[in-house]
Design a protein. Structure first.
Length: 394
């Protein structure tokens, strides 16, 4: 009980300070959000029934706590894309204008026929939620019209002076998306399908599959055309990784608005960090699939709770590593846990053990001082070397 009371005071003070009053209106909405995040962290459960176990209030009955969270999840005045961006911008306050941010766009299938579309900020091997939409859909394949609102909310949420690079997998390469990035002054690294048609400088018109490099090779094409003429010239980074024994690896066909090189492949590879973010939502963390919610708006607000918890735990984890106290919660000699897990473990113990309280929303823009490694043997392996060929303008 003492842990939850002190956690509540710290988190609620931060929410009160950074979310404008015009956004939340009734302070009870902020109070319930704080208790939901704390309940999620302390009980390690996605169920509002369990969150009530850590709530300190005048209510005596468990059903009262349950109804409190259920009403909040269905409250139309709780709008995720107005509650969350002030906290994200607070966490990014130390980032200098002009810093490059990698934003991944992807989808995730949820129970009961729902699909989550989300953009996330790639950060130190994981990704932090930026904007999202939940809706009923038959598959994870979505149209531009389905995710256009997520792109607009992402643009509003991030500081305008940052350099944004959008990363997205096959299925998102769309003329309207490219035009949006141009208008927003974003860069992009978008993976294309093998069937995507390319207009080369020598006037050949071929599908991407015809340009596939051999295993272990990377080919770069500059000043080509894909999709329609009105998106302008683009650049390609094509590579066929050498698969590990017993595994199959698809070739990469990456379309970029900037001239390509080996670094372009490394940039696109950052997109996979959003899949770790989805895994944190599900089996590796918050267990969102066990929520049993079957209302699109309520699920969207549930992801607001998860987003605040992710940002909060990651911020605390960053503070733990900066303070050189990581090994108080991480049993590995080298960092073996994500910043989210480090912060989560710290929050569950800090008050009981008398540990210092760390900034609830602060993301350090500096390079990762302790990159996570699965093992020292794995970390010692040589970085992949590509056999490189370039075509077109340098």
């Amino acid at each position: 009980m003492g842990d939850s009371r002190q956690m509540y005071r710290t988190l609620f003070s931060a929410l009160w300070e950074h979310i404008p009053r015009r956004v939340f209106g009734d302070v009870r909405r902020l109070v319930t959000l704080a208790w939901a995040v704390i309940g999620l962290c302390l009980t390690k459960s996605i169920s509002p029934n369990d969150w009530g176990e850590v709530v300190i209030s005048n209510a005596q009955y468990a059903a009262s706590h349950q109804r409190r969270f259920q009403r909040w999840l269905r409250n139309k005045r709780v709008v995720p894309h107005t509650f969350y961006p002030p906290l994200l911008r607070t966490a990014l306050v130390d980032w200098e204008p002009g810093e490059r941010m990698y934003v991944a766009l992807d989808t995730s299938v949820l129970p009961n026929g729902y699909v989550l579309i989300r953009t996330s900020l790639v950060y130190r091997g994981r990704a932090l939620p930026i904007a999202w939409r939940v809706f009923k859909h038959s598959s994870a394949s979505v149209s531009y019209e389905d995710y256009e609102i997520v792109l607009k909310q992402t643009q509003e949420a991030l500081p305008s002076e940052m350099v944004i690079v959008l990363l997205a997998d096959r299925g998102f390469l769309h003329r309207k998306l490219v035009l949006f990035t141009r208008k927003a002054r974003w860069h992009y690294r978008l993976r294309a399908k093998a069937s995507t048609v390319v207009h080369l400088q020598d006037r050949r018109v071929v599908p991407m599959a015809k340009l596939r490099p051999p295993k272990g090779a990377a080919h770069f094409y500059h000043s080509v055309r894909v999709l329609d003429d009105d998106i302008g010239l683009a650049h390609l980074a094509l590579a066929t990784p050498v698969p590990e024994k017993g595994k199959k690896v698809d070739p990469w066909y990456v379309v970029s608005d900037e001239p390509t090189a080996v670094a372009t492949l490394d940039e696109y590879g950052l997109r996979f960090d959003i899949e770790e973010n989805f895994l944190d939502d599900k089996s590796n963390g918050f267990q969102v699939e066990a929520s049993r919610l079957d209302d699109v708006s309520a699920i969207g607000r549930l992801f607001l709770i998860l987003a605040v918890a992710t940002l909060h735990c990651t911020s605390v984890g960053v503070g733990v590593v900066r303070a050189k106290t990581r090994r108080w919660v991480d049993t590995h000699w080298d960092r073996g846990m994500s910043y989210l897990k480090i912060g989560w473990k710290w929050l569950r113990q800090q008050y009981r053990r008398g540990w210092p309280t760390l900034s609830p929303f602060a993301i350090d823009p500096a390079p990762d001082p302790e990159p996570a490694v699965a093992s020292r043997r794995k970390a010692a392996q040589l970085k992949r070397q590509w056999v490189v060929s370039c075509f077109g303008l340098p």
